[in-house]
Write a protein that binds this ligand. Structure first.
Ligand SMILES: [Zn+2]
Length: 382
């Protein structure tokens, strides 16, 4: 879910530069959006209109980047590293190394973005000497129209970002407030529930007003809320436990010196879809997935050495590392995390899928416990 979204966010984006250790990346769908509006503008009003629209979007993009850097600088203040920010058509997503569970820190980080947007909006409105009414929007031409549009866009951005639903900043502000009273896990549950209810209302509004973009945003919010709840629950059940209690221990590993044909054989003989690759001393040197095997067979043939076909960018942790440090690695897009013994041998590995199974089991046990406590307290039933 979120894992896939984050991984996809990075895979389909490219870096346009770095600001103090944070790389600014653009998702290719954002470029598609620019292209789309450019083409629409060109058909509507020729080259000048197309240039106008693209200039507007580029400036809006700059406003979104400034909004994201509001979050980023606030996060740094609390000692959270921020390796990158990705720009999607729906806005920017800053990848924070972790989101602080202290309500105060989360509140400040969440509110810093909208605060920047508000400052931009107010500055533009002051520059204009007041915000002209929306119906004048189409009458004004030239550079002034660009500033009016930008002012309106920033006001909309400000309001939209404060919607109390994940993954909007308003959702995090809400969670920070609820966590203060109910604790992080319960606060997230309530905030996610409110977010999903809101997504439902937004979706209905979109259907009735025949606004497909609103419907898409609603679907997006709905799933984002669910995935936020999943990650927090997962942290709740694995927190404080060492990595070796969550790892996969029964598996077939491959030798980096062997050929891809051997890996293809293992793919058929086992149920595994990913294989840890080890060197002669049993140390993890990479991971070969089903896709990797198929790709190597097509591109380089069955005699390719496994070490050349594998993904060598697999983080490893010691068996004693806390899961609190493992979950963010997987949530951040790592395909797997290797778990090693004190002398560096690979003991097992952890994948997102196998953590999700742990979550399902924990939820099932929770539901059973809830049902039992209801049975034993019939007076509380309505
Ligand atoms: Zn934001």
């Amino acid at each position: 879910m979120s894992h896939a979204a984050t991984a996809m966010g990075r895979r389909w984006s490219f870096s346009i530069g770095e600001v103090r250790g944070t790389s600014v990346r653009i998702h290719f769908t954002f470029l598609l959006l620019l292209l789309w509006f450019g083409v629409v503008g060109w058909f509507a009003g020729g080259l000048a209109a197309a240039a106008n629209t693209v200039t507007f979007l580029a400036l809006l993009f700059l406003c979104v980047v400034l909004h994201e850097f509001g979050h980023i600088f606030a996060a740094r203040h609390f000692g959270v590293r921020t390796p990158e920010v990705v720009l999607l058509p729906i806005g920017g997503v800053s990848r924070l190394e972790r989101i602080p569970e202290e309500p105060q820190a989360e509140f400040v980080i969440a509110i810093a973005g909208p605060a920047v947007t508000l400052v931009i909006a107010l500055a533009l409105i002051v520059l204009l000497g007041g915000l002209p009414p929306p119906d004048e929007l189409i009458e004004i031409t030239g550079p002034r129209s660009l500033i009016v549009q930008l002012a309106y866009a920033n006001v909309v951005l400000f309001v939209f970002n404060l919607l109390p639903a994940f993954p909007m900043d308003g959702g995090r502000v809400l969670r920070a407030g609820l966590s203060h009273w109910f604790g992080h896990r319960q606060g997230t549950r309530i905030a996610a529930g409110i977010g999903q209810a809101m997504a439902f209302v937004l979706g209905l509004a979109g259907v009735f007003s025949e606004n497909i973009i609103l419907v898409l945003i609603a679907v997006f919010i709905y799933f984002a809320a669910g995935s936020e709840r999943g990650i927090v629950e997962l942290r709740g059940i694995t927190s404080g436990r060492p990595a070796n209690e969550s790892m996969i221990t029964r598996f077939v590993s491959l030798d980096g010196g062997e050929r891809v044909s051997k890996a293809a054989d293992a793919l058929i003989r086992t149920e595994q879809t990913e294989f840890p690759v080890v060197d002669g001393h049993g140390r993890l040197i990479g991971l070969l997935t089903r896709d990797g095997i198929i790709r190597a067979l097509v591109e380089d043939g069955p005699d390719t050495p496994i070490a050349r076909a594998m993904d060598s960018d697999i983080p490893t942790v010691s068996r004693w590392t806390h899961m609190d440090d493992v979950v963010p690695l997987l949530a951040g897009g790592a395909k797997a995390v290797g778990v090693t013994s004190d002398d560096g041998r690979c003991l097992g590995y952890i994948t997102w899928e196998n953590l999700m199974e742990e979550l399902l089991i924990s939820r099932a046990l929770d539901r059973r416990a809830e049902a039992r406590s209801r049975e034993s307290a019939p007076g509380r039933r309505l």
